[in-house]
Ligand binder design. Structure first.
Ligand code: PRP
Ligand code: HPA
Length: 189
């Protein structure tokens, strides 16, 4: 049971199983270990969606990394970006001169990542790159470079493994697509 619903009543189809997710984290972790060898990156998790991915990814990175978090939001309660990215809680760390790696669950319009990358570069980071689990490329409205990603996804609203709809379903261990009737009924509330 997830948030009171039986999973098969809310999920239309699964996109990525727990094994798929593990494979993506292992591959990305290995690549980041090679690319950041000898560096001490500041890994910045974008709350709240990235928490599940960040904890799995960083355990696959054999580096002296430091963690920090920034709570940013642009979706409010819905499934369309408001277009305005808000900082709810800022970083604790000073990024000046640091190699910053932003970790995100999903890039959709690209507005959140563009906002974070520009902000951290302006604050004096030595480098700012990102590692994203899912890349919803066809929805992009802004030009932002995605240095690392686990997989592309099509234009479907996905939930699970950190990704929510109206703050629900983040705790699904896999990633799936909500049934259209669930989106419609929740959107009316
Ligand atoms: O590329 P974009 O169109 O900007 O969308 C991606 C962002 O949207 C989601 O966050 P949301 O604002 O829903 O906050 P959350 O992480 O707390 O769920 C997701 O976690 C990304 O941060
Ligand atoms: O498909 C999505 N699911 C959850 N959150 C999101 N934020 C942007 N796109 C998505």
């Amino acid at each position: 049971m997830v948030n009171g619903d039986k999973i098969d009543q809310i999920i239309d189809h699964k996109l990525f199983t727990e094994a798929d997710i593990h494979e993506m984290c292992a591959r990305l972790g290995q690549q980041l270990t090679e690319d950041y060898a000898g560096k001490k990156p500041l890994v910045v998790g974008a709350l709240k969606g990235a928490v599940y991915f960040l904890t799995d990814l960083t355990r696959q990175m054999d580096l002296q990394e430091e963690l920090d978090f920034m709570d940013v939001s642009s979706y409010g309660d819905g499934f369309e970006s408001t277009g305005e990215v808000k900082i709810i809680t800022d970083l604790a760390a000073d990024v000046t001169g640091r190699d910053v790696l932003i970790v995100e669950d999903i890039v959709d319009t690209g507005l959140t990542l563009k906002f974070m990358k520009d902000l951290l570069a302006k604050r004096g980071a030595k480098s700012v790159k990102c590692c994203v689990l899912l890349n919803k490329e066809e929805r992009r409205t802004t030009d932002v470079e995605i240095e690392y990603y686990g997989s592309k996804v099509g234009n479907e609203f996905v939930v699970g493994y950190g990704m929510d709809f109206m703050n629900m379903y983040r705790n699904l261990p896999y990633i799936g697509v909500l049934k259209p009737e669930i989106i419609a009924s929740l959107s009316e509330k």
